[in-house]
Design a binder for this molecule. Sequence first.
Ligand code: HC1
Ligand code: SF4
Length: 577
Amino acid sequence: MVNITVNGTAVQVPEGTTILNAAKAAGVDIPHLCYLKDLNEIGACRVCCVEIEGERNLVPSCNNPVFEGMAIRTNTDRVRRTRRINVELILSQHDCHCATCPRSGNCHLQNVANDLGILENPYPSDLVTGARAQWPRDFPLYRDTNKCIKCMRCIQVCDKIQGVHVWDLSGTGSRTRVDVSGNRRIKESDCVLCGQCITHCPTGALRERNDTQRAFDAIADPEKITVVQIAPAVRTAWGETLGLTPEQATVHRMAACLRRLGFDYVFDTSFSADLTIMEEGTEFLHRYQAGETRDLPMFTSCCPGWVRYLKSHYPQWTDRLSTAKSPQQMFGAVTKNYFAQKLGVSPDKIYCVSIMPCIAKKQECDLPTMHTEAGKDVDLVLTTRELVRMIRAERLHPEALPEEAFDSPLGTYTGAGVIFGVTGGVMEAALRSAYYLVNGKNPKAEAFTAVRGHAFAQGWTEAEFDLGDGAIVRTAVVNGLGNTHHLLEAIAAGKVHYDFVEVMACPGGCAGGGGQPQNLDDEERAAERGKRLYALDQCSTLRFSHENPEIQTLYREALDAPGSERAEEWLHTDHHG
Ligand code: HC1
Ligand code: SF4
C-alpha cells in the first residue's frame, strides 16, 4: 500500500493506483473527459490535471500512478485556472449548439463546462467548415467533426476491443482531427457498425442516423398498420437514461409506451428468437450429423456486425454461417406473410419497425437478401436511444403507465428467446432444443450454462456437451471482434476445433450493443444487463423454444416443419449479397 494525501487528507491506496482513482478513494472527484478505465489512459484532454507538491508542472491524474508520500492538490488556484483554460480551448473547437445535440443533458463536455461555470468563452470559435455536408446522410452511423473533442476514445475502442481500426488521427497541429483511417471515406472502410465508438464517445460527435421522424410519419399514415418488435436486450437498458429503476423499466411497461406512441401492434423479438432456434438448431443437427462441421464449425448468423466482419475479413467462410435469418428479420418475414394474412390485409399495408440495441440492424434490414415475396422483412430499425427520444418527445411518463401484455399471435416467448440478448445465450438456447431434437425429451434448463461467458469480453468460452446418442458437440462462444479475430485465427491454424460457434460483435453481446443508452459514469453495463436477462429466463414458465405454443401454432398453420420449403423461403438466406 502507498500512503498519500489528497487536499491534505491522508489516504492509503494500492501501489499502481492512478492519482485519479486514489483521489476517488479519498472522496475527491477530479473532472475528466477522455479517460476510460483500462482503455484510454493517455491524458489527451488535460482536464484532470492536478498539482503535486514538489513538482514544477501540473500532471494529468488519469495516467500517473501515486508514489509514497505524494501530496496531491486538486483544487489550487493554478489547477482551477489551467483546467478552465483547457476546457475553454476545447470548447473553442466544439460546435456548442447544445439544443440540437442528441447528447444534451447527457454529455460529459456539457457537464464539465457547466460545473466549471464557463458561461462565455474568451477564445475565438475555430470550427471546420463544410464538415457536416461531407458525411453520407444514408449511412447508419453519423459523425460530426465539430462535436469531436479528440479524446480518442473511439480510436481506442475500435483498435483495442474490436480490432477493426476504422478511426485514426489525421492532420497536424491545431488541424489535428479524428477521421476515418487510411484517408478513406466511411463507406469504403471496414466499419461493421457495431456502434462501440458511439457508446464510448463522451459528446455528440458520434451517433446513429436519426430515424425517429420516419417512425412518427408511419404512425401518422392512416394507410399503414404499424407493427413493432422489441429486441431482448432493450428491456435491460431502456430505463437507464429515463431515470427509471429496473423494477419500473419492465418490457411490459415499454409495450405500454409503444402503444401510447401510436403503434398498432406490439410484439417481442424473443418470439422470433425462439423461431430462430427451431430453424438454426435443426440446421446445426443436419450439418453436424452429415459430418459437415468436422473441419470447420457452423457460425451463428444473428449478429449483423459479426456477419459484416466475417464477410469482409474471412469471405471464404461465408458459407459456414447458419443460413437462418436473424430473429429481427424472421419476425418481419412472419409479420408480412403470416400476420398480414391473419389480419386479412395486403402485406404492403404493414409497416414493420424494430427497437434494437444495435446500429448494424439498421443496415441489416436494408440488405437485398432480407425480403420475401411480401416485400422487405423489416421497414425501419430504431435504437434503444431513439426509442427513449420518442418517449421524451411525447412527454410520456413510463413510471405512471400500467404494464401491458404483448399482442398475439407473435407475442409469446420463452426464456430461451430472452437470453439471446447476452453473450452465450444463442448457443445455450440452441443446445436446449437440439438436445430435445436428438433425445425426444427435455434436458434440465441449466444443462448448458457452461457456455455463459465466464471470461466476459476476454478470449472465448469453450465447452463440450454430450447431446445423447454419442453426439459430442464442441462449442465456442465469443464476444467482441478483437477476441473473434483471435478465435478465427486459432481455427484457421487448426489449433482448436469446434462444431458450433456463437459470435456477437459487441462486448457482452447485444446487452452491450452500440444502440444502448450512454451513461455518464463510464461504467461498462453489459455484464449487469446480461445478468438481468438470465434472471428473466430463470423465472420464465417456458424455457425451451420448442415449447413456445405460438411457435407450434405457426408451424402447424403455415410453416409445416423447420427447414421446410416455406421455412426456407421466409426464414433463410445465403448471406451473399
Ligand atoms: Fe440482438 Fe437478436 S439478440 S441480435 O443481439 O439474435 O440487436 O437484443 O434482437 O435479431 O432476438 C440485437 C438483441 C436481437 C436478433 C434476437
Ligand atoms: Fe448489434 Fe448485438 Fe451484434 Fe452488437 S452484438 S452488432 S448490438 S447484433
